[in-house]
Write a protein that binds this ligand. Structure first.
Ligand SMILES: [Zn+2]
Length: 289
């Protein structure tokens, strides 16, 4: 356990609003590599959870569902993150580990719209949009990726991080799920590749064992938009690779709340019973379920 804890590292990359059914026809070599060395599995947003970014991302990073964390919409007001913090905050505050969170969607990172979701990671970086357009959001994700590369490249201890890419979702809201949306997913995959390369180039990489989790929060209707229960909206997915994770066999029955549980498990941390996590590690959750 102690050995694992000394060398284990976890990176979660959240890509907002990526439809699972379109992935097979898109050029996403970096996500394909995660899936090849680990797995890519569907996640159904449960019926209690609106298929919205606020509730779904909160479930992903806290490991508890809406009934506990209290985030029901894209405004995070009335949340119970003080009781059910995100993993970057929990690991830093309760476990003495070093964490980061970086992205460009305000309520996740700033005290706006009821946020932030990421209350106090060791390092937090918010990248402000310069233009609320599809191109503006692509530029945000480029700067978010550069910031993640910077943080991963620092010669200092780092145990877990979260990188948020939002341009895919914004593009669908502006333009629907057509060619621009598909190109945006491919651009997100290139950014995933840059982040994974930054992990491999870390000064201490030879002594680290990384788990990588890539996850989306919800899908989109063909015309763009989500929040309902259609298969296109409620189908999300998780891809993951790392020590102890299934390789080549996709677990079934994965849930968003399993992500935070897997982060703790990968770091060799047994959740305190008071955390009352709803999720389970991927390895125990779901195979054959
Ligand atoms: Zn979203």
């Amino acid at each position: 356990m102690e050995n694992t804890r000394n060398t284990a590292r976890v990176l979660v990359i959240g890509i907002d609003g990526v439809r699972l059914d379109l992935l097979p026809e898109l050029d996403t070599p970096h996500l394909d590599e995660v899936a090849r060395t680990g797995f890519l599995a569907p996640v159904e947003v449960d019926s209690a959870t609106p298929t919205m970014s606020g509730p779904c991302w909160t479930t992903v990073v806290t490991g508890v569902g809406v009934a506990k964390h209290g985030v029901w919409a894209n405004r995070l007001d009335g949340n119970r993150l003080d009781v059910f913090p995100d993993f970057t905050t929990r690991l830093a505050a309760d476990c003495g580990l070093r964490t980061f969170a970086v992205g460009g969607w305000e309520p996740l990172f700033l005290a706006r719209q009821g946020g932030p979701l990421f209350v106090s990671p060791t390092r937090l970086a918010y990248v402000a949009p310069r233009a609320d357009t599809p191109e503006g959001w692509e530029e945000v994700d480029d700067r978010v990726t550069a910031e993640a590369e910077h943080l991963l490249g620092l010669d200092e201890e780092l145990h877990a991080g979260f990188v948020y890419l939002g341009a895919v979702d914004e593009t669908a809201h502006f333009l629907g799920c057509g060619q621009e949306y598909r190109r945006s997913i491919e651009a997100a995959d290139r950014r995933l590749g840059r982040v994974l390369e930054a992990v491999r180039r870390r000064p201490g990489h030879a002594a680290e064992q990384w788990t990588v989790i890539v996850v989306t929060d919800h899908g989109h209707r063909d015309e763009g938009g989500h929040g309902g229960r259609s298969p296109q909206e409620r189908t999300a997915w998780i891809a993951a690779t790392g020590p102890g994770l299934p390789a080549g066999t996709a677990p079934s029955g994965l849930r968003h709340c399993d992500v935070a549980a897997q982060v703790y498990a990968a770091l060799g941390i047994v959740p305190d019973s008071h955390w009352t996590l709803d999720g389970s590690p991927f390895t125990s959750a779901a195979i054959g379920a």
